[in-house]
Design a protein around this ligand. Structure first.
Ligand code: TRP
Length: 434
């Protein structure tokens, strides 16, 4: 019954470029329209704090990325679109997961290890300039994913290790506290692995070789003119293999269009003409979105309102789930000691409700344990509907319903009362677990 949940985030550390669009934004928007899919897309601004200490840049990037996603056609009605820092349950869950994650596992995380290796090679202290935030990056990401029990996480290859770590966190938590988390899976889009940048290396902010997604046509033209090519003259056949220009074109074009450019390469198209083809093809896709983007950029309050509405949607899931997790680990109110038996009860086989009609024409229900023993017996109801409603009330409210419905139930000894409460708690817990 539950739809497949997709979840992905973008760190709000820069201006979205064509590589982000092709690798993440465009496939997410498409996936969000697939029937049977429930999507969660968010702006990973807590993650941005790990890399960036310029407040204005984080704010600007958050707006740019949100506006890009919306302009690319993400429908906030259809998906849950939010800003990570608007969901305080995420950092709370981060702490729970921190407490079930081995430090040694985090020592092996690629991003942390890369910093350590670099320091070691330079003869510095291995942890020089490494913050605990960088070290904890995978746990925060695990909380992003597990908070919503996402099944699939569309990410680039460099993120696979993080998804595997999130699976481990889910398993360690479940092992200690019962089945609360679904193990997530990485979803790698083979066809859009990575887009090359201006210099032919992977398009990335860190290489300073990007083409911003929403440059003006003029800027786009200038940037495309700067794409590295070889020195073959017009008329000389050109190689598509290793041509950044060709690969970027391919990411936007249909198969027929790509085949045409391949032929043009073989026929010796001039680089200048190939660049014009690329400009036209990219602009054809981006131009219709540009107006929407500019409108969002000029009206940040619109974006803000959409994100806050998204956070409300996200928290409708996160708040009750976090309450369940707090209870599971033992962060509980002290008044209701019955809760302490939850975990014990969850391990015993579940009791069940049976509804039936007697010869007197009335409708009854009983709660029976797995051995067939009657734990709770109702009196007669006029209609099966009312009997059913009482069962639902017991399932939803437990002890409170037992008191409220007293007049319709056969009296219970104090000992039987405790047994019924345990059975109801176990049922509720089983119903809650994903
Ligand atoms: N780490 C991701 C990146 O740098 C962003 C991210 C944060 C993310 N939390 C996530 C992606 C959860 C997927 C799921 O691109």
């Amino acid at each position: 019954m539950t739809r497949t949940r997709f979840l992905t985030g973008i760190t709000t550390s820069g201006t979205p470029h064509l590589g982000n669009y092709v690798g993440s934004i465009r496939p997410s928007v498409r996936a969000s329209r697939t029937p049977g899919v429930e999507s969660f897309y968010f702006l990973a601004d807590y993650h941005a704090l790990i890399k960036i200490d310029e407040p204005a840049r984080i704010q600007r990037s958050t707006l740019e990325i949100a506006a890009s996603w919306l302009a690319a056609g993400l429908d906030p009605e259809l998906v849950t679109f939010y800003r990570q820092s608007d969901v305080p349950e995420i950092p709370e869950l981060t702490w729970f997961l921190t407490c079930v994650t081995g430090k040694g596992v985090l020592n092996r995380a690629h991003a942390y290890k890369a910093s350590v290796d670099k320091n070691t090679a330079a003869g510095d202290d291995p942890d020089a300039d490494v913050t605990a935030g960088l070290f904890m990056y995978p746990v925060l990401m695990g909380a992003d994913i597990l908070m919503f029990n996402a099944h699939k996480v569309p990410v680039g290859r460099d993120q696979i290790q993080h998804i595997e770590m999130a699976r481990d966190m889910a398993a360690s938590f479940n092992h200690r506290y019962g089945e609360h988390f679904v193990p997530p899976q990485a979803e790698i889009e083979e066809s859009v692995a990575t887009l090359p940048g201006l210099d032919g290396r992977k398009m990335s902010k860190s290489y300073d070789n990007t083409i911003p997604l929403f440059s003006s046509r003029e800027q786009l033209k200038k940037l495309i003119a700067g794409i590295k090519t070889d020195s073959r003259a017009p008329g000389e056949p050109k190689d598509t293999e290793g041509s950044a220009l060709f690969q970027i074109y391919q990411a936007f074009a249909s198969e027929e269009e790509t085949a045409k450019l391949r032929q043009a390469y073989a026929d010796g198209i001039a680089w200048g003409d190939a660049k014009t083809m690329l400009l036209e093809r990219v602009d054809q896709e981006i131009a219709p979105m540009r107006a929407a983007y500019e409108d969002y950029m000029a009206h940040p309050e619109k974006v803000e309102a959409l994100l806050l509405a998204g956070a409300t949607k996200a928290r409708a899931i996160a708040t009750p789930f976090m309450a369940q997790l707090r209870n599971a680990v033992g962060l509980r109110g002290l008044a209701n000691q019955a809760q302490t038996t939850h975990t014990k009860a969850a391990k015993v086989a579940l009791a069940s409700f049976k509804q039936y009609r007697e010869k007197d024409g009335l409708f009854y229900f009983k709660l029976v344990d797995t051995a067939g023993g009657v734990l709770l017996q109702s009196l007669g109801f006029e209609s099966p509907k009312v009997a059913g409603q009482s069962i639902a009330q017991l399932q939803a409210q437990g002890a409170a319903a037992l008191t409220a419905l007293q007049a319709q139930l056969q009296p219970l000894s104090p000992q039987a009362h405790a047994q019924v409460l345990d059975a109801l708690a176990a049922l509720a817990e089983a119903a809650d677990s994903p």
